[in-house]
Ligand binder design. Structure first.
Ligand SMILES: [Zn+2]
Length: 423
């Protein structure tokens, strides 16, 4: 293995003066919601930054089920307006809005849905948002699915933290049939609860429009000695409540810095490095799904490993989510040990970022994430108005970059047998 060149690569990375500037520039684009001018600016910026590494950088178009919203309101009947942020792709109501009782299912576990199964049809279901990076987390889209299955009239998800505003996220509807879905803040949920034994009644109005949307994947291919590739990915889109700083300006920034440091070395490696900066990740992983699905079987077979960076700042501790590829465990631990960085691994498949679309096709894939199992960390602010640059510290980005470089270097230079065993 060419581990002799790793110290020089790490030295280049440590001397990179662009890291923080890139991060700030991405945050300056705004929340980067797919379909917005802010996302377009981020795509252009990412393209420019990758093209500065190699002129071959390009933007490949991908389509997704787009959606725009002209109005979303929620009010307690006779009690005034509540905070309301529509989930991406929410189904619309009738123009005058729907009037419905609200049934509070607490956290919204399968047991809580089961217990109240008979009370759900025709009512709005209220559940709570959860810290997304933990072994016990129940994803919003699963709760939405259970509400839909049982005939709920609407889906309301509340931020469990006071003073933090509503959350954001996708309904996952993707242009199919669904139910209106909105997020509210802690205080609004408290007002819905304060109604004694009588179910609170709300008026919910969502006026949205589906459309065939197009965005891009910013791609840079740095070829090597064989036609095998290691893919480094990160999503550049986000939500409009804030700057999407942790999720995921951090991942894009680190990917760019690592690409800069590795680029001059790739030609001599066993495998090439492909950088993919996806969009429409927040739309149920739509961008990477199409990108992977339309590849030929041969092209997918040529990918040795996907390293996906999503939310790699906001906490000092990194975890590799290794998507049920058991041999990735030793592989990533070895790479972390080589640079003296503590790293945990988590084996179960987590369909919470673009690595999933690689793993789904049998490609060894992992997501590096900060704050896994650490709900007290700054990462708790993602998907809210507080996902801002002040939650991220430069040493966190540097540490993630060092670890990523070590991991990629190992994958780029390992023997074919070691790579074959990862599958
Ligand atoms: Zn993300």
């Amino acid at each position: 293995m060419n581990s002799d060149r790793l110290p020089a690569i790490l030295a280049t990375l440590a001397a990179d003066t662009q890291l923080w500037g890139d991060f700030v520039a991405l945050c300056d684009c705004g929340g980067r919601r797919a379909g917005s001018a802010s996302e377009r600016a981020a795509l252009d910026l990412a393209h420019t930054l990758l093209a500065a590494i190699d002129r071959g950088a390009r933007v490949e178009p991908v389509s997704y089920a787009g959606w725009r919203c002209s109005e979303a309101t929620l009010s307690i009947e006779g009690g005034g307006a509540l905070t309301c942020n529509p989930l991406l792709g929410s189904e619309s109501t009738v123009p005058q809005g729907i009037s419905s009782d609200v049934i509070d299912l607490g956290r919204g576990t399968p047991e809580q849905f089961e217990l109240r199964a008979r009370d759900i049809a025709g009512r709005c279901v209220l559940v709570r948002h959860e810290y997304p990076f933990s072994a016990v987390h129940l994803h919003r889209r699963r709760k939405y699915g259970w509400a839909l299955e049982r005939g709920a009239a609407g889906f309301i998800i509340a931020n469990p933290f006071p003073g933090a505003g509503p959350v954001s996220g996708s309904s996952g509807r993707g242009g199919q049939a669904g139910i209106p879905a909105v997020a509210i803040d802690f205080e609004s949920a408290a007002r819905l609860a304060a109604n004694g034994s009588r179910l609170p009644r709300v008026c919910l109005k969502v006026m949205g429009e589906d459309y065939a949307a197009e965005t891009g994947v910013v791609v840079l291919e740095l070829p090597a000695q064989t036609d095998s590739w290691v893919v480094l990915s990160a999503h550049l889109d986000g939500h409009e409540l804030a700057e999407s700083a942790m999720d995921n300006a951090t991942g894009v920034t680190v990917a760019l810095a690592v690409a800069r440091a590795l680029a001059p070395q790739i030609a001599r490696c066993r495998r090439g490095l492909k950088i993919c900066l996806f969009s429409a990740e927040e739309w149920a992983l739509a961008g990477s799904r199409q990108y992977l699905d339309r590849m030929s079987e041969l092209e997918r077979k040529a990918i040795a490993l996907n390293v996906n960076l999503d939310t790699v700042g906001g906490d000092t501790h990194l975890t590799a989510l290794i998507s049920e590829f058991p041999r990735l465990d030793g592989f990533v631990r070895g790479a972390a040990a080589q640079v003296g960085i503590a790293l945990d691994t988590y084996r179960p498949m987590m369909a919470n970022s673009d690595h999933y679309n690689f793993a789904r096709h049998g490609i060894p894939a992992l997501r590096l994430v900060a704050g896994f199992g650490r709900p007290e960390s700054n990462v708790r602010h993602i998907l809210t108005r507080s996902d801002t640059r002040d939650k991220v510290a430069l040493p966190e980005l540097k540490s993630a970059a060092t670890l990523t470089a070590s991991l990629l270097w190992r994958a780029l230079t390992a023997g074919d047998d070691e790579i074959a065993r990862l599958k």
